[in-house]
Design a protein around this ligand. Structure first.
Ligand SMILES: Cc1cc2nc3c(=O)[nH]c(=O)nc-3n(C[C@H](O)[C@H](O)[C@H](O)COP(=O)(O)OP(=O)(O)OC[C@H]3O[C@@H](n4cnc5c(N)ncnc54)[C@H](O)[C@@H]3O)c2cc1C
Length: 437
């Protein structure tokens, strides 16, 4: 292990900041393409992040599971695609797998050691134990035949954040320090008999799908929100909530009527079945152009996931709702990637710097690794003047790439892999896929 940044920053090759899941995967992908890699990781006996506990590469910060291996699940498909693309993280996870039914759970220390061993065996990866506070200029990178990948994760050290904010973003607000995520529901699992399209203030439009609540149902809903089980805040998550983006439970605690004068305001939403405005209304908004997913407007919450399922499925119209993503509120720094990145995951303001991992706006171990894999291959393609085609949008990894580079309708928020990100299977698309087989 090397410790001085200065000895390496002029070396030709790929420089990767962050030896987490995404950075380690990117290092492997580049090294196996014959590229010299310098992997900067700041964690040491003295320095860490609020979530990491070891100094090892590719440390899993919380759960030790990479979710399902079943090929009829999105998590299983994504892992399968990544194996086809020679993922070192999935290989190490499988090598250090422990019994967990159909999920890929691992011995986390053994997995980290297996990743380190694989990287070392390439003979192409130098680990540098240092915090990177700024990057060279684009001109310096060109002069030294370099590309850089930023893979510093949701807990990126402050100095680098400030550098990114000042030098790589389109606007300083393209960096979010905290996210409040609303649940996302599979469109086909909603009961449309109990829902209707209408906008609050534009009667001629139908952008929102509304779920009306009568007084009794509203009262029960508020009671459920007030009494449900919630995840505790981590010590490092003491950031105050934004007043304009409060979790539903915080609003419900302020009083029974608060939500009815907030996101559940029924104003203007005449129910076509009754001809009157309901007591309250929950609004769902299309999450993508194909309308395969709907998000619950204003429903950011720290309610535990099984509790969200229990409470939200009591809402008329959502009895059989399939949740692609549950709501959450936690510290998670990420960039507005669709605005700042080119299709090859490099920054528009510096095409020699690529972004990878959770900081790009994906959510989860496998998803972060997947974007690391793509960034590693795309940066290698730049350095070796070769080509790399990103898998198509109809694949899970391609749909994640599409999300990161194009986003969806509405504000850009961290997203896990889900079938709703895939393009809708129209007759034309089906025939095209069939013709390719
Ligand atoms: C508290 C918490 C719990 C989570 N739990 C789960 C979970 O259970 N399951 C799940 O699927 N996902 C979980 N996630 C989300 C996500 O999958 C993980 O954060 C994942 O580790 C992201 O991978 P990454 O490679 O992008 O970032 P990380 O794995 O965090 O890697 C980034 C690395 O960059 C290093 N670094 C940061 N700044 C610098 C710098 N300036 N110079 C040098 N090195 C630097 C860090 O030390 C770190 O090693 C959790 C996230 C958090 C914050």
């Amino acid at each position: 292990m090397q410790t001085s940044l200065d000895n390496f920053k002029n070396k030709p090759g790929l420089h990767i900041v962050g030896g987490g899941l995404a950075g380690s995967e990117a290092a492997w992908q580049a090294a196996t393409q014959g590229i010299d890699v310098y992997l900067y990781e700041m964690r040491s006996e003295e320095v860490s992040t609020p979530a990491h506990k070891t100094t090892g590469l590719a440390e899993l910060v919380c759960s030790n599971s990479f979710k399902s291996l079943r090929l009829n699940s999105v998590a299983g498909l994504l892992k399968h695609e990544m194996e086809l693309l020679d993922s070192v993280i999935i290989a190490a996870a499988k090598k250090t797998q422990i019994p967990a039914g159909q999920a890929l759970a691992v011995d986390r220390l053994a997995m980290s050691a297996a990743v380190e061993q694989s990287l070392e065996q390439t003979g192409k990866v130098t680990r540098v134990n240092a915090e990177v506070k700024e990057l060279p200029t684009k001109e310096q990178m060109i002069e030294h035949k370099q590309a850089w990948i930023v893979a510093t994760g949701p807990l990126t050290a402050d100095a680098l954040y400030q550098y990114i904010q000042a030098n790589l973003l389109e606007e300083s607000t393209d960096l979010a320090f905290y996210d409040a995520i609303a649940p996302v529901i599979e469109a086909d699992s909603i009961d449309y008999e109990k829902a209707y399209f209408a906008n609050r203030y534009e009667p001629e439009k139908d952008d929102y799908l509304n779920l009306p609540l009568d007084e009794k149902t509203y009262g029960e809903f508020i009671e459920d929100v007030q009494t449900a089980e919630y995840s505790p805040l981590h010590a490092f998550e003491s950031t105050p909530y934004f007043e304009a983006c409060l979790p539903i439970e915080v609003m419900a605690k302020r009083g029974k009527e608060t939500l009815r004068f907030g996101p559940l305001k029924p104003v203007g939403l005449v129910d076509p079945q009754t001809g009157v405005i309901p007591h309250a209304a929950i609004q769902l908004r299309r999450e993508n152009a194909d309308a395969t997913m709907f998000s619950m407007v204003g429903f950011q919450t720290k309610m535990k996931w099984p509790e969200q399922k229990r409470v939200f499925q009591k809402i008329p119209g959502l009895e059989n709702a399939v949740f692609y993503r549950y709501g959450s509120v936690h510290r998670n720094s990420y960039l507005n990637s669709p605005k700042c990145l080119s299709p090859d995951l490099s920054f528009r303001r510096n095409a020699r710097v690529f972004l990878a991992g959770q900081i790009s706006g994906v959510e989860g171990y496998t998803e972060s690794t997947a974007i690391g894999l793509l960034a590693g291959r795309l940066a290698s393609a730049l350095l070796s003047a070769s080509g790399f085609s990103v898998p198509p949008e109809g694949s899970i990894i391609g749909s994640l790439h599409s999300y990161v580079t194009k986003g969806v309708i509405g504000p850009y928020q961290p997203m896990n892999a889900n079938f709703g990100l895939l393009p809708r299977l129209t007759k034309e698309r089906f025939e095209t896929y069939q013709a390719r087989l």
